[in-house]
Design a protein around this ligand. Structure first.
Ligand SMILES: *[C@@H]1O[C@H](CO)[C@@H](O)[C@H](O)[C@H]1NC(C)=O
Ligand SMILES: *[C@@H]1O[C@H](CO)[C@@H](O)[C@H](O)[C@H]1NC(C)=O
Length: 467
């Protein structure tokens, strides 16, 4: 017993520290990026051999990416920030570094308001042996010409081809893999994507997004997509580590709940997404209010329910942020609705809540990484039947789906009441979600899928340059 409590205190300290880390942005970046790559030292070939094989149990099969060892890869990112796209590309950079690939990085649009972040991320990369080039200049052009593979990240990066490579574009296109993570209309511009038909391949995060690109490029732009590979994303090792650490989860849960004023027996539904109409926080609040009414009407004896919205940015003073607050005030549910500022550190919130709501509207999420992150924490997901969510959530098994738009308000409210009423079902759905993550949404699954794509793209560009 004494031993147990010592371990508990140590763990508690560790996770309190993790919480403190949330306060400081630069340390926060260090926390996130560092943890995954603690297993390798900087640079040097021996790193390759010492590194724990990607995703495989320690001491077994080599990384699926090991064939990339002597290759030269140029990664082109539209920005270097803490948003999903750039972070994914950085993950790829580090996976490749882990097998000894020579990796170069270019950021095409440096914005001044992310300077501190950009600087910090650049240093993380330099520490890992990624070579950071300026967005234009001869060295960048030469690297693109010399590279075995060029990965363009996001549709927006397409502009870089013409602006920087100019007359060299045709020589580089056959070795370009274009990684696309978006599906909003304004990306379907020839300005961005006119070179798509001639690149070696495109890699897209979900089947439905791939299909959408296929349709839109054909119908709107009259161009044909190159060979397209669907690569579902995976959870990072450090996220899984927290998700599978019951002590850590308990500490995080207690602290976050305390800070929100939520008691341990109460029930928390949360959306974790930047606040915007597209992510559907407004409709979520309507559903939440309706679920409270239903419970009252039916005189159900349930624990008190809360709604948490993680991803607020009141400093932006958007009409939408005000609209959400006004709704809460008008319905007098201030004691049940909690707004939390944007954060990259989602683990404490995933530990603290009971159900994740993924309420993205219109075509939904391209993939929606938060969904698999929540499932790793054994949370059931109430999601819109749209986009990548439908490829992640198994309706009725790992969560429940509702329609997008106003038509979804009542179904979501009913689903919330359902999960609040049937505790056993809720917990079982969470467990099934976790099992599904273990089966197909881990880092090594993603690395395997990416490896297959890179192999195919290299094969194609080799055969093109031979002929
Ligand atoms: C793509 O077009 C086909 C045929 O027009 C249609 O059935 C399908 O729903 C479309 N898919 C998407 C994702 O837009
Ligand atoms: C999800 O399953 C429920 C029954 O469990 C069903 O009523 C609903 O129509 C399904 N939704 C979708 C989008 O498949």
């Amino acid at each position: 017993m004494a031993k147990h409590s010592v371990g508990w205190v140590a763990a508690q300290k560790r996770w309190l520290l993790a919480l403190l880390v949330m306060v400081s942005l630069s340390t926060l970046i260090a926390f996130f990026i560092r943890a995954a790559f603690d297993t390798c030292d900087r640079g040097g070939l021996d790193v390759v051999d010492k590194r724990v094989p990607l995703g495989a149990p320690i001491g077994t099969s080599p990384s699926p990416l090991s064939f990339m060892k002597s290759k030269l890869v140029l990664l082109v990112s539209h920005e270097l920030s803490l948003s999903g796209g750039p972070l994914l590309l950085m993950e790829l950079a580090f996976l490749l570094r882990g097998v000894g690939t020579e990796v170069y990085w270019v950021t095409t649009m440096k914005s001044s308001d992310t300077d501190a972040v950009t600087y910090s991320l650049e240093h993380k990369m330099l520490d890992r042996g990624v070579q950071v080039l300026s967005e234009n200049g001869q060295e960048t052009v030469n690297t693109a010409l010399k590279a075995d593979l060029v990965v363009l990240n996001t549709a927006v990066s397409g502009k870089w081809l013409d602006v920087v490579l100019r007359e060299n574009v045709p020589r580089v296109l056959p070795k370009v893999l274009w990684w696309i993570h978006e599906m909003r209309g304004h990306y379907f511009k020839l300005d961005y994507v006119k070179h798509l038909p001639l690149v070696a391949g495109s890699m897209i995060d979900s089947h439905v997004t791939a299909e959408y690109w296929e349709n839109r490029t054909r119908e709107r732009l009259g161009i044909k997509m190159p060979e397209t590979f669907v690569v579902h994303l995976g959870n990072s090792k450090e996220l899984m580590e927290v998700a599978e650490d019951n002590v850590a989860k308990r500490v995080l849960r207690e602290h976050v709940r305390e800070s929100l004023g939520v008691r341990s027996e109460e029930l928390v539904f949360a959306i974790i997404n930047s606040v915007s109409r597209g992510k559907g926080q407004d409709l979520f609040l309507r559903s939440f209010y309706e679920s409270l009414r239903l419970i009252q009407e039916k005189k159900l004896q349930l624990p008190k329910m809360h709604a948490v919205i993680v991803g607020s940015d009141m400093t932006a003073h958007t009409k939408f942020e005000h609209e959400l607050r006004n709704f809460v005030a008008m319905k007098k549910i201030q004691d049940r609705v909690h707004f939390v500022d944007k954060t990259l550190t989602v683990a404490p919130y995933l530990a603290a809540i009971d159900v994740l709501v993924q309420n993205s509207q219109a075509r939904g999420e391209c993939f929606g990484r938060i969904t698999i992150e929540a499932m790793a924490f054994q949370l059931p997901v109430l999601g819109t039947a749209a986009g990548g969510t439908t490829e992640i959530v198994v309706n009725g098994t790992t969560g429940l789906l509702h329609p997008v738009g106003k038509a979804g308000i009542t179904p979501l409210a009913n689903n919330m009441v359902k999960l609040a009423t049937h505790v056993e079902r809720r917990l079982t759905m969470g467990k099934r979600g976790y099992e599904r993550v273990k089966e197909r949404f881990l880092e090594h699954h993603m690395a395997n899928r990416i490896a297959a794509v890179l192999k195919e793209v290299l094969r194609k560009s080799d055969s093109r340059s031979d002929s």
